[in-house]
Ligand binder design. Structure first.
Ligand code: COA
Length: 380
């Protein structure tokens, strides 16, 4: 049977699900959530509204949105024992690991014995969306020796997260750019972490475990971890005048340029374009960070060097510069991605449950066969 199968590395172009959640046109730089352009949502919508759209399949009415928003606000607080657990984690550990630990603890604090009850499933959705920002912010403050701040019910999802991290109220421009970043990271069809979520979902595991699997998959530098590495790369390059020669050398030595390239987009990622636009608005208010000029110079050089191969900036290229300019430390960039993508992961969880069959792909065995067992004393 194996001889008839064709192995496709990375499952490139192999459909693994039918999904009505988001669609990408990689040639025309289009990303749509439930048919609505993601850039339009980034400009016009809020994370709460976009999460509702992804999860429920349609934009909410005013009443539906305020009910959903209210539920999220009411469930932001985390239990005292969870805060105690976060206090025990090594402060030098990565916040993505703290997030996984926090979600595993949520799974124990809010046990889910069945995934067949829509009401219980919705409670888990609210819990995860509402509490993940609190877990990340609490871990961050505790590792710095500060008290974890209580979430504020009078602030939006994005504004409250910024408050819990910094103890400062964000300006409208900061809220806008954070909201847009959350919206643009909320969903992206069958990427590695979403696939991971769907595989775990297909075993009928509880939603906390589904999100835990996805968080783990997101940590890798080829996926969510790239946004941190983009800034490490800017540090290494130093100044805009060194961008071209650095890039030429990196390409000659076959290095991967972080924040560039995408399996699906062969043009500039529409999320990068939308984020860049909003970044410029916020930079006009808080000042233009030096890395931004370097990023523009590197992008210009890459246009002629990588552009012909269809390699352009992806979403991670500008997100880190924005977060850093807001005073957010580098190792929180991927957790912010996870906070946003939880909406997409959970939408995929619910979709997978509607028509579930456990994932069990095939492999092509390439090892030896009929190998005799050699007793230990006869082995050399
Ligand atoms: N820098 C330099 N070359 C790159 C590149 C990059 N960022 N991304 C792809 N390429 C090149 C590869 O070296 C390869 O060249 P080759 O055919 O001469 O060997 C070709 O483009 C195809 O790359 P491949 O790694 O097979 O593409 P992929 O679809 O498997 O990988 C990514 C997609 C995102 C993993 C890849 O572009 C990458 O590693 N990017 C950097 C990490 C990053 O920014 N990730 C965030 C994604 S949102």
């Amino acid at each position: 049977m194996s001889e008839l199968l064709k192995y496709v590395p990375g499952l490139a172009d192999v459909p693994v699900a039918e999904s009505a959640i988001s669609s990408i046109d990689g040639k025309r730089a289009r990303l749509a959530y439930r048919g609505i352009a993601a850039e339009t949502l980034a400009r016009e919508s809020t994370f709460e509204e976009t999460a509702y759209l992804l999860l429920k399949g349609k934009l909410p009415t005013q009443k539906e949105l305020s009910d959903f928003d209210q539920q999220l606000r009411e469930h932001r607080r985390i239990k005292y024992r969870l805060v105690e657990l976060l206090k025990c984690l090594p402060e030098s550990g990565h916040p993505m690991s703290a997030m996984q630990a926090g979600v595993a603890a949520l799974c124990m604090l809010y046990p889910v014995r069945t995934v067949t009850d829509p009401r219980l499933n919705w409670e888990s959705v609210i819990n995860l969306l509402a509490k993940l920002p609190t877990i990340v912010a609490a871990f961050h403050r505790l590792r710095n020796g500060d008290e974890a701040l209580r979430p504020r019910n009078d602030l939006s999802h994005a504004a409250n997260f910024y408050w819990m991290l910094t103890e400062m109220e964000p300006t409208p421009a900061i809220i806008r750019v954070l909201d847009a970043a959350l919206i643009l990271h909320a969903e992206h069809s069958m990427n590695a972490s979403t696939f991971s979520a769907r595989v775990t979902a297909s075993t009928l595991a509880d939603p906390y475990t589904v999100v835990c699997s996805a968080i783990g998959t997101l940590t890798g530098p080829l996926h969510g971890g790239a946004n941190e590495e983009v800034l490490d790369m800017f540090d290494e390059i130093g100044t805009p005048d060194k961008a071209r020669s650095w890039l030429e050398n990196a390409v000659a030595t076959k290095r991967k340029i972080m924040g560039f390239g995408h399996r699906v987009y062969k043009v500039k990622d529409p999320r990068a374009t939308a984020l860049q636009e909003l970044a410029e608005n916020v930079f006009a208010e808080i000042g233009r960070p030096p890395q931004y000029d370097l990023a523009l110079e590197l992008e210009k050089a890459a246009l002629t060097i990588l552009g012909p191969k269809g390699i352009y900036p992806n979403v991670d290229y500008f997100s880190g510069i924005i977060y850093q300019s807001l005073g957010i430390p580098r190792d929180l960039f991927t957790p912010i991605f996870a906070i946003a993508r939880t909406a997409g992961w959970l939408a995929h969880w619910l979709e997978q449950l509607k028509n579930n069959r456990i994932f069990r792909p095939e492999q092509i065995y390439v090892g030896p066969t009929d190998v005799p067992y050699v007793p230990l004393e006869e082995r050399r």
